[in-house]
Design a protein around this ligand. Structure first.
Ligand code: ARG
Length: 589
């Protein structure tokens, strides 16, 4: 369906044209003074400059032209040059009845035929997910869902870190602890034992330990680097050990992401693209794009217009090792080859901004990606504690994601356990509400901004929070249940939403009409926070409407049925909006 702003813009544009003015001036937007009008047109001011007339004269001519158009309730000129507009209820009613009868609530499938790869999550094998992995997972999942809803073919890829020094560190530590393990023999050819020599808890303990030792013990670090090198060159025993690490880790990561309701379409790994690297390097050398500088192979990515320093992109270090960036370049190449995407979006901490600028430039210069493929980096801000510093545990350590989630769930559980429900149900409700608090608290901020993680505020059932919106949905569900119990099922396909009887009802209806516009813009601008804001405002409008009207006891059947259909639509839009954020709704709360 056409967006409501465009629908009304078209009418005004026609009038501007009939008055011999450029139609662009007829653009209408939602009013920023909802107390005065629903929409506004600000074009007369700019038209006045072009046509050397007063804005008022232009506005009056245009409004006269609109005199015959029946869909306006109010057209009014206000200084210094606005036309305030309110539309006839009929227009809004037709719009929301059409929305109610459409499975996508009026959202156009604008993405049909367009493929997007989203690189998000950023997990590494052998390391537990920590709080730093929360934002990319939540944001990426939401952008992926919005894209899919709008008809794009979206491939979410976790792009697992399984290739760097972390593997060498684990090998080194394993060797120190269990020197007799068969894997340390470079000629290891034996059976690949089904049972891994460690479980996930041991693995997660081994890595931080190794990483710590390497910080103060240079010999240990040297050994880890050597082991990384041997592993990357194909040491058979190390590779067997690494396969165990992958199996144990990936199972655990999948479990954790599942719990977060975050689901990847692709579980590709850094190791998957290593095979492409030698050819890419050869090619770039031959083309003269890459050259040797201080023993390293680099690509210049500076531009004359650069205001800040733009170091060259290093492909191979002087010791022969390739880097994180080399892998990213090969990944771009592989994605381009396998999926021919129109866009690749990276959702990574904003501290990696310069790095991605280098990589993108290098990929372009090296023709690793088709010209038409857009490369987008979305850098997100840091989640801070109340002290304004990156969120830590009480003892100053980086918090494990699992622990944070469990803490949130517990807060909700302590409230919910008082209800007259089974423990199982209380747990399920707490999980959904706790995650909603977390995700909404995160997504409601502008993506690139740092924000303060405030557990009390996020879990509150009031205010601009996830639980408040869930509560609104649950409230609507219970009104509907009550209605069905008394009146029996309503086949809402046979019912239409009819004219509002009060202002709060009208405002609620108007808010509903904005859904397709909000969802579309939130995708174009990579801004899930727009959906948060929208469903919050929609919840507020619903709650005002609900307080002003007695739905269940209403005697006028036609009116009552219209209300039921209206609140079904509100519920569906809220549930859909929440789903686009990756948030699930409990049956009760
Ligand atoms: N695994 C990386 C890290 O822990 C993040 C990966 C981001 N994606 C990418 N294509 N580089 O920092």
């Amino acid at each position: 369906m056409k967006m409501i702003e465009d629908l009304i813009s078209d009418i005004l544009k026609g009038a501007f044209m009939r008055c011999n003015y450029d139609s662009v001036y007829g653009k209408v937007t939602l009013s920023n003074r909802p107390d005065l009008c629903q929409f506004q047109c600000n074009g007369c001011l700019r038209a006045a400059k072009e046509y050397h007339k007063s804005p008022q004269v232009i506005a009056e001519e245009v409004m006269t032209q609109l005199g015959d158009v029946s869909c306006f309730k109010k057209l009014e000129y206000v200084k210094p040059g606005f036309i305030n507009i309110s539309v006839d209820d009929g227009l809004i009613l037709e719009y929301i009845n059409d929305m109610a009868n459409d499975i996508s609530f009026g959202c156009e499938k604008r993405g049909t035929g367009t493929t997007i790869v989203i690189d998000y999550g950023g997990a590494n094998v052998a390391k537990p997910l920590h709080i730093g992995h929360l934002r990319p997972a939540i944001i990426g999942e939401s952008i992926k869902r919005i894209g899919k809803f709008l008809g794009y073919t979206v491939l979410g890829d976790v792009h697992l870190g399984d290739w760097g020094l972390q593997i060498g560190l684990i090998i080194t530590e394993m060797k120190r602890r269990f020197p007799d393990l068969v894997y340390f023999d470079s000629n290891y050819e034996g059976e690949y034992p089904k049972e891994p020599p460690f479980n996930i808890s041991e693995l997660e303990e081994i890595y931080p330990m190794a990483s710590n030792i390497s910080k103060s013990d240079s010999e240990y670090l040297k050994e880890a680097k050597k082991n990384t090198y041997l592993f990357q060159k194909g040491h058979k025993g190390y590779i067997a050990l690494w396969k165990h690490i992958l199996n144990v880790s990936i199972d655990d990561l999948k479990k954790n992401y599942d719990m977060l309701n975050v689901h990847f379409d692709l579980w590709k790994k850094e190791s998957d693209v290593q095979g492409y690297i030698p050819d890419i390097i050869e090619d770039l050398k031959n083309k003269g794009v890459a050259y040797i500088s201080d023993g390293a192979l680099v690509v210049d990515v500076k531009k004359d217009t650069d205001k800040k320093e733009m170091p060259p992109c290093i492909l191979v270090k002087s010791d022969g090792a390739t880097l994180y960036g080399t892998t990213d370049l090969a990944t771009i190449y592989e994605r381009n080859k396998s999926y021919d995407p129109n866009e690749i979006i990276y959702i990574v901490d904003k501290r990696q901004e310069l790095y991605f600028e280098q990589i993108f430039r290098c990929a372009r210069k090296s023709n690793l990606v088709s010209e038409g493929t857009k490369l987008t980096y979305l850098g997100f801000g840091t989640m801070n504690g109340k002290d304004g510093k990156p969120f830590k545990t009480r003892d100053g350590n980086v918090m494990r994601l699992e622990n944070l989630i469990n803490e949130l769930i517990k807060i909700v559980y302590d409230r919910v356990k008082e209800y007259d429900i089974s423990t199982k149900e209380a747990k399920e409700i707490s999980r959904k509400v706790g995650l909603a608090a977390l995700k909404y608290g995160d997504l409601s901020n502008q993506l690139s901004k740092d924000y303060i993680f405030d557990i009390e505020r996020f879990t509150s059932f009031e205010g601009n929070t996830g639980p408040y919106i869930l509560y609104t949905v649950v409230r609507i569900k219970s009104i509907l249940e009550k209605y069905y119990r008394i009146e029996g099922d309503l086949n809402d396909k046979d019912v239409s939403i009819i004219s509002p009887t009060g202002e709060s009802e009208r405002k609620l209806m108007l808010k509903l009409t904005l859904f397709n516009q909000i969802v579309t813009n939130s995708f174009i601008e990579y801004a899930p926070n727009k959906i948060c804001q929208y469903i919050y405002e929609l919840s507020n409008e619903f709650n005002k409407f609900y307080n002003n009207n007695k739905i269940i006891t209403e005697k006028n059947i036609k009116k009552q049925r219209s209300w039921i259909k209206l609140i079904i639509l509100v519920k569906d839009i809220l549930v859909n909006g929440l789903d686009l954020l990756g948030i699930e709704v409990p049956d009760r709360m």
